[in-house]
Design a protein around this ligand. Structure first.
Ligand code: PLP
Length: 427
């Protein structure tokens, strides 16, 4: 983030946005995605936190697999250009690179909530003494349901076993030091700390290194839901050391609706054969998988948590996107992201009005691409009106407008247009 210091101070006029776009070393990537269109041309798409755009290459990646399937049938498992049997492994290196993990620690499989359950089967093992799960208040509903049902499944009561971290009165976001102090104070009966890397509603990024350290010091398992962090922040999962992490691939990662999700299991568990886990044949030791024997023998690392053979078409799209991520590099993306989101915040602050306020933290380390704007009244109408004009953000009841300028394909001019129209509509 040192590069930031050479960024010029932001300016309010449109010519600043135009100049910044011209100078943007990543500007070419915008051409590699398909933007929804309306009568005015390309939409201003600020919804990459919800569903990333389609890489133009996605169709060709899928076409390859459809062709191989047509020509080879079942033999494609071994004879396709990219054999389907080990196809998921084509994503391993790049996925590891993306989240700062070792290849052994990551696997692309299933969907996000499924992976969250599979991870909790192994890493939430409550005892009479240590049975609580700590989450952030207002966690994504699917995570709340998953956590509550896991607690009940083990015969505990969510009313006493689920601890929700709540911001200080008047705050929208948690303070990392408060989370740390809470863990230090009460960690003894906590079995699992499970936080979003970036909270989906507020856009707050947590200090994952610090939370992991304090959790592990207190003997808790630590997991992260990185749905809003993967492809958004620079992650160092191996170094930070959580026990597990899960994320989906259709938000910042542009894998398409319902695309296969991913999972990180720290190396220290790679050969923990005694960990309970739900097993399926795709997690079985590859050498003997097709002997079809009756006894499960897990592969080492995250691969050992796989259940089923994956949807190749889904993985094909993700490969199209991950190839682009690999080329652009998370470091450069993050540098642009910090600037682009800072610019969005700057422009909004130029048009400050009592009708709206930003609830996302101001510090770069405490947020990713997303800015969450709390709208005083009529927010939904404003959001819907903008959508009709082709300016796409995302409305969350009761009062939050979430927009994310994505460094891969958004421009400074996108941000400028959004702020101009949003602040006019608010009036
Ligand atoms: C998007 C999102 C989900 C969605 O779950 P799926 O299983 O992919 O449908 C879950 N949790 C969080 C935190 C999310 O942001």
């Amino acid at each position: 983030m040192t590069k930031l210091e050479s960024q010029p101070a932001f300016q309010a006029g449109e010519d600043f946005a135009i100049t910044m776009d011209e100078r943007d070393p990543l500007k070419g990537y915008r051409e590699r995605f398909l933007f929804p269109k309306n009568a005015n041309g390309d939409c201003v798409y600020l919804c990459g936190h919800s569903l990333g755009l389609q890489p133009k290459t996605a169709a060709a990646y899928i076409e390859q697999e459809l062709t191989d399937w047509a020509q080879l049938g079942v033999e494609g498992h071994f004879r396709a250009k990219n054999p389907w049997m080990p196809y998921h492994r084509l994503l391993t290196e790049q996925t590891a690179e993306l989240v700062g993990a070792k290849p052994l620690e990551v696997v692309v499989m299933n969907s996000l909530t499924v992976n969250l359950h599979l991870m909790m089967v192994s890493f939430y093992r409550p005892t009479a003494k240590r049975y609580k799960i700590v989450v952030e208040r207002g966690a994504f509903p699917s995570d709340q349901y998953a956590v509550q049902s896991q607690i009940s499944f083990h015969g505990f009561d969510p009313a006493t076993s689920l601890i929700e971290l709540t911001p200080a009165p008047g705050d929208f976001c948690l303070r990392d030091e408060d989370i740390e102090a809470f863990i230090e104070r009460t960690g003894d009966d906590v079995a699992l700390i499970l936080l979003g890397g970036v909270n989906y509603a507020t856009g707050q990024a947590f200090d994952m290194a610090r939370i992991t350290r304090s959790g592990r010091t207190r003997g808790c398992m630590v997991g992260f839901d990185l749905a809003h962090a993967a492809g958004n922040l620079q992650l160092k999962l191996h170094e930070w050391g959580p026990d597990f992490a899960v994320w989906c691939s259709y938000k910042y990662l542009n894998g398409g609706p319902g695309c296969a999700a991913a999972c990180f299991v720290h190396e220290r568990h790679a050969r923990a054969w005694d960990l309970p886990r739900f097993a399926g044949w795709w997690g079985h030791d590859e050498e003997s998988r097709f002997e079809m024997g009756p006894n499960f023998r897990a592969m080492s690392g995250a691969d050992g948590w796989q259940l089923s053979n994956p949807s190749i078409v889904s993985l094909a799209v993700l490969r199209a996107s991950m190839d682009i991520f690999h080329e652009a590099g998370m470091e450069r993306l993050r540098t642009k992201s910090v600037s682009l989101t800072g610019y969005l915040e700057f422009l909004l602050s130029q048009k400050a009005s009592p009708s709206f306020s930003i609830i996302t933290p101001h510090e770069n380390e405490r947020r990713g691409a997303q800015i969450s704007i709390r709208v005083d009244h009529n927010g939904r109408r404003v959001c819907e009106g903008l959508a009709k004009e082709g300016i796409l953000g995302d409305w969350r009841e009761p009062d939050t407008f979430r927009v994310a300028p994505v460094p891969l394909y958004n421009s400074y001019q996108d941000v400028f247009r959004f702020v101009r129209r949003f602040t006019a509509a608010i009036r």
